[in-house]
Write a protein that binds this ligand. Structure first.
Ligand code: ADP
Length: 157
């Protein structure tokens, strides 16, 4: 099964959206295999957003990401990386499709309530940045045969 990282940003906590966001991912059929509240230190912000270090908006982005704790979560599912990006929606909240999490709940570009792994940015490495192996749980979820058909599961562990 594919794994993907989700970070609920400070605006999600401040706007009381954490429960709703978790609920949307759960209802979609994604399996939560890790979750915790953390503060993101300078090193992690720079590593996580390294493509933007040096951009005008980076200092604002850093300040925003450190303005309160965040809730980080690892989700698992068949092709989970692309499925989670699809229901998260486009980066700029006010341009994201209605029905997506950002499209329904966000207006901003920085304040877009979620970080989710990008397939081009090594999701496995990203998960390792925030979670140790013993913070990720391998457990049987009893509804899997109602979420996927057997042929979708046969190549999966
Ligand atoms: P996504 O989060 O949709 O994968 P990116 O990887 O392009 O988007 O950007 C990472 C994060 O950096 C965005 O979620 C947003 O918080 C911030 N960001 C990107 N572009 C801008 C911008 N022009 N101004 C302010 N913040 C930005």
């Amino acid at each position: 099964m594919e794994r993907t990282l989700v970070i609920m940003k400070p605006d999600a906590l401040q706007r009381n959206l954490v429960g709703e966001i978790i609920s949307r991912f759960e209802r979609k059929g994604l399996k939560i295999i890790g979750m915790k509240m953390i503060s993101i230190d300078d090193l992690k912000v720079e590593e996580h957003y390294k493509k933007y270090v040096g951009k005008d908006f980076f200092s604002h982005l850093r300040k925003f990401m450190q303005s309160s704790p965040v809730v980080a979560m690892v989700l698992e599912g068949v092709e989970a990386v692309s499925a989670v990006r699809l229901i998260t929606g486009a980066t700029k909240g006010r341009e994201a499709d209605a029905g997506t999490i950002r499209g329904d709940l966000a207006m901003g570009i920085q304040t877009n309530i979620l970080h989710v792994s990008d397939p081009a940015e090594n999701p496995k490495q990203e998960i390792k940045r925030f979670f140790t192996e013993d913070e990720l749980f391998d457990y049987k979820k009893i509804d899997m045969s109602y979420i996927y058909s057997p042929d979708e599961l046969k190549d999966e562990k």
